[in-house]
Design a protein around this ligand. Sequence first.
Ligand SMILES: [Zn+2]
Length: 491
Amino acid sequence: MRTLGRLALGVVLVFALLIAVVLVRTFTFKAPAAADTASVKVAPAVAVDVAAAAQHLSQAVQIQTVSHQDPAENQPAEWARLHDFLAATYPAAHAAMTREIVAANTLVYTWKGSDPSLAPVVLMAHQDVVPVTPGTERDWKHPPFAGEIAEGAVWGRGSIDDKGSLITLFEGAEALAKRGFKPRRTVIIVSGEDEEVRGLGARAAAALLKSRGIKAQFVVDEGLAVIADNPVTGGRLALIGTAEKGYATLVVTAKAQGGHSSAPPADGGGVVTLARAVTAIAGHGFPMAFSGPGAEMLRTLAPRAAFPVRMAVANAWLFKPLLIKQIGATPAGAALLHTTIAPTMLKGSPKENVLPQDATAWINYRISPADSSASVMARAKAAVGGLPVALSWVAKPEEPSPVSSTRSDGWKVLSAVAGQVTGAPVAPSLVTAGTDSRYLQGVAADVYRFQPMEFSLSDTEMIHGTNEHLTLKNLEQCVQFYARLIATAAG
Ligand SMILES: [Zn+2]
């Protein structure tokens, strides 16, 4: 009895100690990315003529710089129209900056700073837009290329992605140039022509900047935004992408005998082999890990989150499996924590009564910063084992980007301006799609992805979808953001 009693007391003490440790850690937990932005003096607000800015965005939407899958369908004259429109609409900015055109239609503007010892900043926004899916034109409340201003918003394809950024960036630059702003630090604007398809323009711009030996302080491009109803705190949150995932598509081919389907082989033929291979690859998913920018977002937000979230994040050593389970419960949450595997296309024989001579599947991967195309291929090979299939990439994979700092001066400036202009807490996160900024990695160590627009989670469906529109409130916020970012970083 006495021994048992001692044992019970020991267990209770250990538990009490554990609870004490968990509670102390919870209440003393500090966000890691609470980089001290107090030292950043954010430039004051500028006067914004919202009606004029809305007109300008409307005009830009009407210029149909549509990037089709087949470039032969593009209308190159529309890009030239957009260039002329920018030059005519923003004369002060154009007088202050030099403009170069690289690739076919990519714009590189340089606003020379007075102090050549300061590293330049690079701001990006692409010119092209995705097509409107045929058959959905009539679903739009306002036609996709009319640029109608209605219901407190500018409507149309590109009003957010990414003419919303391009136009408000120029509005901000024009406002500063008009009042005689002279940057101390050089400001470079890069506007790619084909972000939605191949990013050749951004690559050419990056090559030009590299050839000049430019090492920028930081780059800001599209990617993430302010989310009004983020699931972590339930409130507003300005998310800045510190990394973006890689992109690769694996082609899986099962070679087979072919022939008449009335006498199939015992193993079922190429389609069965292919199905086995796809099932094996998709079933051999990458484990989710509480690490990288997705985890840093949670660590940053934990002090503002409800007690259980705060406790779990502060004691990740104990609750990591629980955290992963919770975040990974939704597809969007899971995408933050690992490389995703999505089989998307299948091809068998051309006729229902013909056995295929080869059956093919396409599997799209979004590669986490912790992985690489090589580790993806190795995992797929291991998954298919001895199955008679060939694996290859449909095109050269895009590797994931490096993770940018949340301690650097660039981060401090960007997060201070984003926080001031939007009034929302700022946190780093991972961009699960791709942007032109991936090609600028060699130009700056710190590449950030942020559009100062506020959306609810359901709003984000209109980007690349139907009824894309930018509210006038967002429009004004974007102009403020770009003007104040330039004035703060370069002033
Ligand atoms: Zn875009």
